[in-house]
Write a protein that binds this ligand. Structure first.
Ligand SMILES: Nc1ncnc2c1ncn2[C@@H]1O[C@H](COP(=O)(O)OP(=O)(O)O)[C@@H](O)[C@H]1O
Ligand SMILES: [Mg+2]
Length: 271
């Protein structure tokens, strides 16, 4: 199988709705080409894990899809809206339907947790202060943070709590799609497992579609329905994690058949 037929056959899924559709994407910084001819579909209601070596362009892909990085070529559709060239009104409207938790949380350090979670509400809704506060507090409890954390500043929280606060902010507008960039990086294994469990529960309860950049094999086995591997400037292969061991590519082989993968698979099965 060459790589293109490999991608096509593993992605062959019949009547699913693509909530994100990327075609022929090229991104570059100066002369450095990060993505070339990248195609990707994300199906409604799935948890998709984006993996790939360091610097392969996982974060850039996420940022490009949410409109923070302008690609050199290609098409990106989110929930049927052309996010690159569509009408400004449509693009603005669509922003309300996704939430993003960036790598390292990226909370506003001068705002309390509650104010951070209220920020998207302030930007996109005309709700009263009181209602925004109540909704913000609700999201904070939804992600398992004590109400006490509402008035704290990000610097006063542990790493794991900051990740949850960032998730609460991503959920502020009741999005259909959540983008997470390395959400469990820097957490201890117990904290990471608890976070995975939370994402899995929220995904089920809220019917979210989750686009999760991760290198955490435990997360991939625990909660991802499918995996997309970034290599050679594009999505080399996408499909269920079990299929990844059959992919004939050195990085994919090493990543998915190494000792860490075997341990993660065991753990995933024991859940
Ligand atoms: N704003 C930027 N300006 C210039 N180069 C960038 C920028 N953002 C990312 N890059 C480069 O693009 C490549 C992919 O980065 P990134 O998506 O962050 O990798 P990762 O897969 O580890 O998340 C890296 O070589 C990085 O240095
Ligand atoms: Mg990154």
């Amino acid at each position: 199988m060459n790589n293109d037929t490999q991608q096509a056959s593993l992605a062959a899924t019949t009547d699913r709705e693509a909530v994100i559709r990327v075609r022929g994407l090229r991104t570059q910084f100066g002369t450095q080409v990060v993505h070339e001819g990248l195609n990707l579909d994300v199906w409604r209601g799935e948890v998709l894990g984006i993996v790939g070596g360091s610097g392969t362009g996982k974060s850039v892909l996420l940022r490009t899809i949410v409109g923070l990085n302008k690609p050199a070529a290609g098409e990106i559709e989110v929930l049927g809206v052309d996010v690159l060239n569509g009408p400004e009104d449509d693009r603005r409207r669509i922003e309300r339907h996704w939430g993003v938790a960036f790598q390292d949380g990226a909370l506003f350090s001068s705002l309390t947790v509650l104010q951070n979670v209220m920020a998207p509400l302030r930007e996109h809704t005309g709700l009263s202060e009181k209602l925004m506060e109540s909704l913000g507090a609700l999201k904070i409890s939804l992600v398992g943070l004590p109400q006490l954390s509402c008035g704290k500043f990000p610097s006063e929280l542990s790493g794991g709590m900051r990740k949850r606060a960032a998730l609460a902010r991503a959920l502020a507008l009741d999005p259909e799609i959540v983008f997470l960039d390395e959400p469990t990086a820097g957490l201890d294994p117990i904290g990471a497992a608890a976070y995975d469990e939370l994402i899995g529960e929220l995904q089920q309860a809220l019917g979210l579609t989750v686009f999760m950049v991760t290198h955490d094999l435990d997360s991939l086995y625990a909660i991802c329905d499918r995996v997309a591997v970034l290599a050679e400037k594009r999505v080399l292969v996408e499909g269920p994690i079990e299929d990844m061991t059959k992919v004939d590519h050195p990085w994919v082989q090493e990543y998915f058949t190494g000792p860490r993968a075997r341990a993660a698979q065991q753990k995933g099965q024991n859940r």
